[in-house]
Design a protein around this ligand. Structure first.
Ligand code: SF4
Ligand code: SF4
Length: 329
C-alpha cells in the first residue's frame, strides 16, 4: 500500500533514532529510477489532453529535441545514467544523481503518472500482504514488461522498420562500453541517428503518436497472439501469486523468524525489520510472538495468548505476521 504524498519510506520528524534502516530521502523518494518508456506509451503521453500531462509532454519533447536515448522502440535512460543505476543500488531512494527526469521535486510527484511503465506502476515500497504482496507485484511487473517489449516491437514491424538493422544497433549498445558521446551527454552521430530512425527521422513525435494509435486499436486476442507463450506463462504465474496474496495458506505451526529484528522505540511501539521491509507494531504484539515456538499449533498459541493477555490475537493479524514473514513455518 503506498501513501506517496506522505512517503512511507521517509523518516518522519518524530522518528528520531540512529538506526540505519534504509529510509529514503524526501527529495528523491523512490524515484531514483529512470524508466524505459516503450514507443506507444510515449505516444500516450503526447496524445493525452489532460492538463496534468502537460509537464510530462514538455519533458518528452525536450528529450526528443536532445536525441539522447531516443529510438523508435522506446525512450531510454542515457547510457551514463543506466551505468550509474546498475552500479549504484545502495543509492536507491537517496541519491539525487539517480533521480528520474520525469520527477517533479518541487511537488514530489511524477509528471507522467497516468502513463508510467511497468516498473513504476508495479512498485510498492510496502504491501499490506507483505512478502506475498511484493511477490504478486513482481510477477505483474515481469508480465507487463514482457507485454511492453512485445508491443513496442509489434509497432516497429507494423510500420515496416528494418528490424535487422535495429537489432544490430541495439545489440551493439548492449554489448559495448560507453563512448565519448555517452560520457559527455551528447547524442549519437547524425549518421547513426538516421540508421535508427530510418524514414521517421525528424518525425519522431508523429511516430510515437501513431504507435499509440496502433496499440490502442489492438483486440485482446491479438494482444495474446503478440505476447505469445511467454506472455501466457507470465500471466499464469501472476494469477498464482495473486491467489497466494489474497488467499494465503497459513501453516498450522509457526515460529518467530530468527532473521527478523525488533527494536523497541517507545513504551508503545517497536520497529520491525522483516523480509517484507520495515514497519511499526505495538510492543504487546512483539511480546506475543514468543508464543509461536515451532511446536505449538497456532490455535494453541492463540489460546495461551488469550489466557495470559485477556485478548485474542486475531486471525487477520496472524495472517499479516505470516505474510510479512515475521512468523514462518
Ligand atoms: S511508493 Fe515510493 S513515493 Fe510512494 S510511499 Fe513508497 S517510497 Fe514513498
Ligand atoms: S516515471 Fe514517474 S514514477 Fe517512475 S521513477 Fe520517474 S517520476 Fe517516479
Amino acid at each position: 500500500m503506498a501513501t506517496c504524498q506522505d512517503c512511507a519510506m521517509c523518516s518522519k520528524g518524530n522518528q528520531t533514532n540512529s538506526l540505519d534502516i534504509g529510509y529514503f530521502s524526501p527529495t528523491t523518494k523512490c524515484c531514483t529510477y529512470y524508466p524505459t518508456l516503450p514507443n506507444y506509451l510515449v505516444g500516450a503521453i503526447l496524445c493525452d489532453s489532460d492538463k496534468d500531462s502537460l509537464q510530462g509532454q514538455s519533458r518528452i519533447l525536450e528529450k526528443i529535441r536532445k536525441k539522447i536515448g531516443i529510438t523508435p522502440h522506446s525512450i531510454s535512460p542515457p547510457r551514463k545514467h543506466a551505468l550509474l543505476y546498475s552500479n549504484g543500488n545502495r543509492g536507491f531512494g537517496r541519491s539525487e544523481s539517480l533521480v528520474c527526469s520525469f520527477y517533479v521535486p518541487e511537488d514530489g510527484i511524477c509528471s507522467i503518472w497516468k502513463n508510467r511503465e511497468s516498473v513504476c506502476s508495479t512498485y510498492f515500497c510496502k504491501s499490506i500482504s507483505g512478502v506475498d504482496g511484493k511477490d504478486f507485484w513482481n510477477a505483474t511487473k515481469s508480465y507487463l514488461s514482457h507485454v511492453q517489449n512485445c508491443l513496442a516491437w509489434y509497432v516497429l514491424k507494423e510500420l515496416n522498420f528494418d528490424l535487422n538493422e535495429l537489432m544490430i544497433i541495439f545489440e551493439r549498445y548492449e554489448n559495448s562500453s560507453l563512448d565519448a558521446n555517452d560520457l559527455d551527454d551528447r547524442p549519437c552521430s547524425d549518421e547513426e541517428y538516421s540508421k535508427i530512425w530510418q524514414r521517421w527521422a525528424m518525425k519522431e513525435e508523429d511516430f510515437y503518436r501513431l504507435a499509440f494509435q496502433i496499440v490502442t486499436n489492438l483486440s485482446s486476442s491479438k494482444l495474446e497472439k503478440i505476447t505469445g507463450i511467454v506472455g501466457q506463462v507470465l500471466l499464469e504465474i501472476t494469477k498464482k501469486k495473486r491467489e497466494d496474496m489474497t488467499n494465503p495458506k497459513l501453516p498450522n505451526i509457526l515460529k518467530r523468524n530468527p532473521a527478523v529484528t525488533i527494536y523497541r522505540r517507545s513504551s508503545e511501539n517497536s520497529l520491525v525489520l522483516a523480509p517484507s521491509g520495515f514497519f511499526e507494531i505495538k510492543n504487546v504484539l512483539s511480546e506475543v510472538l514468543q508464543y509461536f515456538d515451532g511446536t505449538r499449533t497456532n490455535a494453541e498459541a492463540r489460546e495461551l495468548i488469550k489466557s495470559d493477555y485477556g485478548e485474542a490475537l486475531t486471525q487477520e493479524l496472524l495472517i499479516s505476521l505470516y505474510q510479512n514473514r515475521v512468523l514462518i513455518p
